[in-house]
Design a protein around this ligand. Structure first.
Ligand SMILES: Cc1cc2nc3c(=O)[nH]c(=O)nc-3n(C[C@H](O)[C@H](O)[C@H](O)COP(=O)(O)OP(=O)(O)OC[C@H]3O[C@@H](n4cnc5c(N)ncnc54)[C@H](O)[C@@H]3O)c2cc1C
Length: 503
């Protein structure tokens, strides 16, 4: 069958006649703060993002380990911007940017939209890097999205469930009770600390056949220390705190293979070791969004090894003063990939656009103000680096708590997050332990479809009678299946071997 042409539509911001059109790509820290920075400007902003929510990535590990719900860290972008009259939200994955035509092309479920702009803010962030071994991702999901966090939640809690079944049958379940976190940066440290708390504290009374306190939590990194950006002293402190929690820290080990049942690593002396583990988490390395490559090819701006694009000191793309790039996508003065770089850069870009419209002078080059970094290790334990000040223990943990509470978007989410933290940190519970089979397997299932989720919906526009007939047949099959399921339940035949059933 000949491929159907993708239906296209041009998006004109409502009320845009004559007004300066700003397109913002991404609804993360850069995209949201860039849009908000323009709330009082005489512009029409269209924020295009591939998800309907704004994601607070630093708390993803808490969703993965059952402390917070996804809603608390991922509020609806539309709801956040509902009160900003000059902003509208367009759902879609940006597939192309045409710098000459000044248009952005986005796609959702086979529907393609082209949006023209006068100014553009690109804040599409970064993804996980498997250092050229993308196939590792099938067995060791990264942690970049709500989907990732929910899948990991399913895999972690699911491993304990499978271990319980195996142990009841007298099987060896060590591989199910071994959790490996790859990458000893803040995310890896936080994740390892939380899995250790889960197994040693939260779940200790919930199972009968297994002792969750015997679970192994292993943190692996090729670097010689934990939390390299925090310096040696804080890194050593974080390592010893993790070890007190029962985490095994393996440093100087490069992961060379990952499969369904385990992970293989190679040490500097050539030794190769394999760890049998079903639940593995990848928290090592980032790769800037591929839109950086699109911009690089058209502007000639170079990319670094992590795919980040070199921008001018005012965050504009070389040769394109109307295009700003902010956040995790940029290579400028060795700025780190942290939330504050994205927030401050986006505010700067918004102000710069506003200045131009008002005929005001430029602010000059962008200057990043480093407010410090912190990582939580377990309840009441964190490390923080603020300027030359190094903080550890409860003080750092309280600072972490206060800061994250300020940055969580929305009053509702702040209140519920606080409640869930009380449940987890003062008590030993986890409020968000729900997991489903689909959470764990949907990613792999979707990746097997050629066109992804678009294969599961009807084409936009044209009506395909042949396809509709196939769908009707499938529907009839599903209905018959459902009727048979209901009959089995009603007649009490469920669980009875087929040959013993009546009728
Ligand atoms: C697990 C984790 C923990 C972290 N912890 C911390 C921390 O403790 N402190 C800290 O400062 N930083 C932390 N960071 C880093 C911080 O979250 C990032 O630096 C920050 O989010 C970067 O903001 P951004 O706007 O550049 O990208 P993002 O916040 O990643 O936003 C990118 C946006 O672009 C959208 N997008 C991507 N591609 C497309 C496309 N093709 N079309 C349309 N939309 C697209 C995405 O859906 C998203 O909305 C953490 C990151 C992770 C992953």
């Amino acid at each position: 069958m000949a491929a159907q042409p993708v239906p296209q539509e041009t998006h004109q911001p409502i009320g845009s006649e004559g007004r300066h059109r700003v397109v913002v790509i991404g609804s993360g820290f850069g995209g949201l703060f860039g849009t908000k920075a323009l709330r009082r400007s005489d512009v029409e902003v269209t924020l295009i993002a591939k998800t309907t929510h704004h994601l607070f990535q630093p708390l993803l590990y808490q969703v993965a380990t059952g402390i917070l719900s996804q809603g608390e860290i991922a509020p609806s972008t539309r709801e956040i911007l509902a009160g900003q009259d000059n902003a509208q939200v367009l759902l879609g994955e940006v597939t192309d940017i045409d710098l000459d035509a000044r248009t952005v092309t986005s796609k959702v479920l086979g529907r393609e939209t082209t949006t023209p702009y006068d100014s553009l803010i690109v804040a599409a962030g970064a993804g996980q890097s498997y250092f050229g071994n993308d196939h590792f991702s099938e067995f060791a999901p990264g942690m970049k999205s709500i989907d990732d966090a929910l899948e990991l939640r399913g895999r972690i809690f699911g491993a304990f469930e499978l271990a319980e079944i195996g142990a009841q049958r007298g099987e060896n379940v060590d591989h199910l009770l071994t959790f490996v976190v790859v990458g000893a940066g803040p995310t890896g440290v936080e994740m390892a600390g939380q899995i250790a708390e889960l197994s040693h504290r939260t779940l200790k009374k919930d199972f009968r056949a297994i002792n969750t306190r015997h679970a192994r939590v292993i943190l692996v990194d090729a670097a010689p220390q934990v939390l390299p950006p925090f310096g040696q002293k804080l890194g050593a402190k974080a390592k010893s705190e993790l070890e007190k929690l029962g985490v095994e820290v393996i440093l100087g080990a490069m992961v060379t293979d990952v499969d369904e049942r385990g992970i293989e690593m190679k040490f500097k002396d050539g030794r190769v070791e394999r760890i049998e583990s079903v639940a593995k988490i990848w928290a090592a390395g980032v790769q800037a969004n591929p839109l950086g490559k699109t911009l690089s090819e058209q502007s000639g701006a170079p990319l670094d090894r992590a795919g980040r694009i070199a921008v001018n000191p005012d965050l504009t793309l070389p040769g394109h003063p109307e295009v700003f790039v902010v956040g995790d996508m940029i290579a400028l003065d060795n700025l780190p990939g942290v939330a504050q770089v994205a927030i401050q850069g986006a505010k700067y870009a918004g102000k710069e656009i506003d200045n131009r419209i008002k005929g005001k002078a430029s602010q000059g080059p962008f200057h990043y103000f480093d407010k410090g970094s912190m990582a939580i290790i377990s309840r009441f334990r964190a490390v923080a680096l603020i300027g030359k000040l190094r903080l550890t223990g409860v003080v750092a943990w309280l600072m972490w708590l206060a800061l994250h509470l300020v940055y969580i978007t929305g009053f509702k989410s702040r209140v519920t997050a606080l409640l869930h933290w009380a449940v987890s940190f003062i008590g030993r519970g986890r409020s968000e332990r729900t997991t489903t089979e689909q959470q764990i397997f949907a990613r792999s299932a979707l990746s097997r479809l050629k066109g992804g989720a678009a294969d599961l919906v009807s084409d936009p526009g044209a009506y395909d009678a042949a396809r509709a007939m196939l769908e009707t047949t499938r529907r009839a099959e599903l209905e018959a299946q459902a009727a048979e399921e209901a009959r089995l339940t009603d007649s009490g035949e469920r669980g009875v071997p087929v040959e013993q059933r009546v009728g």
